[in-house]
Ligand binder design. Structure first.
Ligand SMILES: NC(=O)c1ccc[n+]([C@@H]2O[C@H](COP(=O)([O-])OP(=O)(O)OC[C@H]3O[C@@H](n4cnc5c(N)ncnc54)[C@H](O)[C@@H]3O)[C@@H](O)[C@H]2O)c1
Length: 328
């Protein structure tokens, strides 16, 4: 008896997994989660700074029954990385045999992390927006790039308004879409960006009120993706409905954390849990004028599912990867 375990590097992942694959598998995984076919405890953080290591990492386990995939996403932020020419965030996914626990693969998780992060607003916007003609991004970094890339594959967009404290970041962002079928508008203020936007997405590393409630027009969808507060409390309070990708983590992280700590947001506050919508438990039935606020907190099941797809394709195509027999 033998069981081969693979070590799959970033280049191979990118060769095997397309952005379209990622959008597809993320939507399916959300649906399976809504159907109760995914086991996913909340993530835990290991902060190493008290021991003199300028870094932290999250452990994000999941078992996805329809893929028979068990695994763990390990993703962290490392302060020294930029000086070493590495991205601040580094991710890896470990897959084990669900029945025996024997290692199946260690999969580089950077592209998976970036692409699955971008797939989320694409899927959510399709379900929750009344129009996608004008989309405003506040924050134009890497996650914003993958978000627009995924959205542009699945949604009709005419105009993209950009807001960032860094002019250079906006220029870099625009340069990444040389054949864009939409126009870009660099905005001088967040208010200018938000005022007539159908969809507003905040994806920054700020902890601030980047969007004020009077700037959000009727019928708009506001989505926050950053790790801290990104919109004023009133954007949430005065929204007609609140949507999330997952309940547990939405109460402890991201934009909703403080409102949850003040007791203003509880698990009963969420009108739309997107995986449940995808599972057909209820439909969105959007009214044209209502304003929907959505928090995308990001969950490890998506990375584990993407890694499982990479492993399956690798086996099918006989791609090269480092191999070890785990039973010897
Ligand atoms: N929800 C998810 O699934 C998920 C997944 C991965 C990362 N994230 C989070 O997304 C955020 C962005 O990550 P990234 O990798 O794109 O970072 P990045 O550093 O590449 O980009 C962040 C951008 O935000 C801009 N910015 C910072 N403060 C701003 C402000 N006050 N106003 C306007 N723009 C501002 C920066 O100039 C930069 O261009 C982080 O908070 C990260 O933790 C979320």
């Amino acid at each position: 008896m033998e069981q081969k375990a693979y070590i799959i590097g970033e280049e191979t992942v990118k060769k095997l997994l397309t952005v379209d694959d990622v959008i597809d598998i993320c939507e399916k995984t959300w649906r399976w989660y809504g159907e109760g076919r995914v086991v996913m405890p909340n993530k835990i953080t290991t902060d190493m700074s008290s021991q003199g290591v300028a870094g932290w990492f999250n452990s994000m386990p999941a078992y996805i029954a329809p893929l028979n995939a068990a695994g763990l996403k390990l993703v962290g932020g490392y302060d020294g990385n930029r000086a070493k020419g590495l991205p601040y965030i580094k991710a890896n996914v470990i897959l084990t045999d669900p029945e025996t626990g024997v290692l199946r693969a260690v999969v580089s998780g950077d592209f998976i992390n970036d692409a699955r992060t971008g797939a989320q607003p694409a899927i959510m916007t399709r379900l929750l927006a009344s129009s996608t003609e004008t989309v405003c991004f506040i924050g134009t970094g890497l996650m914003a790039y993958y978000s627009l890339l995924c959205m542009s594959k699945t949604l009709p967009i005419s105009r993209v308004k950009l807001c960032d404290i860094s002019e250079e970041a906006m220029d870099r962002f625009i340069a990444r879409f040389p054949d864009a079928p939409f126009t870009f508008v660099k905005c001088k203020s967040n208010e200018e960006g938000c005022r007539d936007a159908d969809v507003i997405i905040t994806v920054t590393n700020a902890d601030a009120d980047l969007v004020e409630e009077p700037w959000v027009k009727k019928g708009a969808l506001v989505m926050t993706m950053g790790s801290f507060r990104e919109v004023s409390f009133d954007v949430v309070r005065k929204a007609d409905r609140i949507a999330v990708d997952q309940v547990g983590q939405s109460l402890h992280r991201g934009n909703l954390k403080e409102l949850a700590e003040m007791g203003e947001i509880t698990e009963d506050s969420f009108d739309l849990i997107v995986p449940e919508v995808l599972a057909g438990k209820y439909s969105v039935n959007r009214l044209p004028d209502e304003r929907i606020y959505a928090q995308i907190i990001g969950t490890g099941m998506l990375d584990v599912a993407c890694a499982a797809v990479v492993l399956e394709k690798l086996r099918e195509r006989g791609e090269e990867a480092l191999l070890a027999d785990m039973l010897k």
